[in-house]
Ligand binder design. Structure first.
Ligand code: FES
Ligand code: FES
Length: 158
């Protein structure tokens, strides 16, 4: 057992646990943040995507030790002062989901992608989202939602 500290959705947290435990399960079981989904468990689907130091990563492929001292953001931490993030609003406005299982991962992957490329072309969005899978086939609406945010002035994306 080890004490591992990190920042989770803006709060400093500390947990005493086996350092080899998978981050996805720490988030879901220990912190009750069930917006982060388990899809494949093998790094292929993106349902478990979270932000670590503002980069979209697959929480099923990280141990809790990997995020020691870092900033982790899950879908629960994306809204600010009770207001949804523009990506969350855009997904609702564009009906960019059906069952919603992929949605947290899609939004956080899009967030990480837009951090690196704030003014992407449609082709770049498609490429950037290519490794996140949606079994409901909402991809076209997902791309439209992300495109609508990419077209907003920078201050509106925060
Ligand atoms: S559950 Fe992590 S990539 Fe599928
Ligand atoms: S909305 Fe169902 S998996 Fe994407």
């Amino acid at each position: 057992m080890e004490n591992i500290s990190f920042n989770l959705n803006g709060n400093d947290v500390s947990i005493k646990t086996e350092s080899s435990r998978i981050l996805l399960w720490i988030l879901r079981i220990d912190f009750g943040l069930t917006g982060t989904k388990y899809g494949c468990g093998e790094g292929h689907c993106g349902a478990c995507t979270v932000l670590v130091n503002n980069e979209a990563v697959r929480s099923c492929q990280l141990t809790v030790k990997d995020v020691a001292g870092k900033e982790v953001v899950t879908i629960e931490g994306l809204s600010k002062n009770g207001k949804l993030h523009p990506l969350q609003k855009a997904f609702i406005e564009h009906n960019a989901f059906q069952c919603g299982f992929c949605t947290s991962g899609m939004i956080l992957n899009a967030y990480g992608f837009l951090m690196k490329n704030p003014k992407p072309s449609r082709t770049e969005i498609i490429e950037g989202m290519n490794d996140n899978l949606c079994r409901c086939g909402a991809h076209i609406r997902i791309i439209r939602a992300i495109e609508s945010v990419a077209l907003q002035p920078n201050k509106d994306k925060e």
